[in-house]
Design a protein around this ligand. Structure first.
Ligand code: ATP
Ligand code: MG
Length: 392
């Protein structure tokens, strides 16, 4: 039915002299998302992106793909009319309304634009003429210029574009316009959502997963790879570092007070994630933490964990309740995978009564017990890390 889509963006229009960088990035991201679906032609066009669909393309798949491109605020399916001759266009609009609206008892207005000011009919004339013409054909319609249910838009360019429907995009900024960050990705509900949120602001993602074989299974690792793949449908390819954490956890378990296990473990995760982050030019770390969710996420715990990091730690879910996080996890389709019951490396070494208000000097003192052994264990963990590229 439609031959093209007009892609609209909100925020990136505001970027002054950098605007073309954002527009080019958006064009490239749109093209990447559509590439697996066929030979689409994607061009920048006066404050919007224009997508021409190949013959026989799948409408639903195309809509679904455009709905995953950050930076897209909305998009309109467009009927393209090859001739711009006014009488032909008018007839095409009547056919368009006939086809698109089985019931014609709605209010409407016509919006008209012409790229070429030499076009023989002015925009106000087009609106008036077309409005009257539609009413003649469909007497059940009525005009409401202030609050119409439908806006029938006609644009005259080298061809004529007709559209009336606007589908919602995810908003945000195109990935690749804000630098790169390292996501600490576990198998839980929160961290995939955190990755989605930060990437929505244009950030490219890398990820780090800490596993503890044989305490955590191969299936737990596969689950994290699956989650990375689901997130990458929005963010684009993710380099995932899979870090062997078993020896480090065992050493902590052996040498440190058990109520401090989680905090100390999380400090080592941050240190190692930061190592890879710096190596790969990431500008920050990202976690799925939210204040007060568990003992390791009280403000005191966050302060203690944060103390080992030099890079900023972004926590996009910090003020979210679990129900709000779950809602996003369902929307981006990571929820079903996140709730699969494979054990997480943190759940195996958790204490019955973890500290909820750790004090930094005390934690640092406990970590001194690890000196002499930990250096080598961290070195080995870094050396044995497996890095894979996860693509949608
Ligand atoms: P999630 O649902 O993301 O697993 P959670 O509620 O289980 O979160 P924690 O286990 O305290 O919370 O973890 C807090 C954050 O620390 C996670 O959101 C994630 O960013 C990071 N994290 C925890 N475990 C791991 C892991 N095994 N590998 C990588 N990152 C982890
Ligand atoms: Mg977790």
């Amino acid at each position: 039915m439609y031959q093209a889509f007009l892609v609209k963006y909100g925020e990136i229009g505001l970027k002054g002299n950098n605007r073309h960088i954002f527009e080019n990035a958006l064009r490239d991201r749109v093209l990447e998302k559509l590439k697996p679906l066929g030979e689409y032609k994607v061009t920048r066009e006066q404050g919007r992106i224009f997508v021409e669909c190949p013959e026989g393309y799948d409408y639903e798949d195309t809509v679904e793909a455009l709905g995953r491109v950050f930076g897209v605020s909305g998009f309109c399916p467009v009927e393209v009319v090859e001739s711009t001759e006014w009488e032909t266009v008018k007839q095409a609009v009547v056919d368009f309304v006939e086809k698109m609206y089985p019931r014609k008892n709605f209010t409407f207005k016509v919006a008209a634009k012409r790229a070429d000011k030499h076009y023989p009919v002015t925009s106000p004339e087009m609106c008036a003429d077309l409005g009257g013409y539609l009413l003649e054909h469909f007497p059940e319609l009525s005009v409401d210029v202030h609050n119409p249910q439908e806006v029938i838009t006609v644009e005259i360019r080298n061809r004529a574009y007709l559209y009336s429907k606007v589908l919602a995009g995810p908003g945000g900024m195109p990935v690749g316009t804000s630098g790169r960050a390292m996501l600490l990705l576990s198998g839980g509900i929160d961290s995939p959502v955190a990755g989605y949120m930060i990437s929505k602001r244009g950030v490219e993602l890398e990820a780090a997963y800490f596993h503890a074989p044989p305490y955590t299974s191969e299936r737990a690792k596969e689950k994290v790879i699956d989650l990375a793949r689901l997130v990458s449908r929005y963010t684009g390819p993710i380099r995932l570092h899979i870090i062997n954490f078993t020896e480090i956890q065992l050493a902590i378990y052996e040498k440190c007070p058990h109520e401090e296990l989680t905090i100390i473990m999380r400090r080592y995760m941050m240190r190692i994630a930061e190592h890879f982050a710096k190596k790969d030019n990431c500008l920050g770390l990202v976690t799925g933490e939210s204040i007060g969710q568990v003992a390791s996420q009280t403000m005191q715990s966050l302060l203690t964990t944060n103390a080992v990091c030099e890079l900023p730690v972004y926590r996009p879910l910090i003020g979210f309740d679990k129900v709000e996080i779950v809602e996003i996890a369902k929307k981006i389709a990571t929820f079903e995978t996140s709730i699969l019951p494979y054990e997480d490396c943190c759940t195996i070494f958790v204490a019955k009564h973890p500290v909820t208000k750790p004090v930094l000097p005390a934690i640092e003192k406990s970590e001194e017990m690890l000196s002499g052994v930990m250096e080598d264990l961290v070195k080995t963990a870094l050396e044995t890390t497996e890095t894979i590229l996860v693509e949608p």
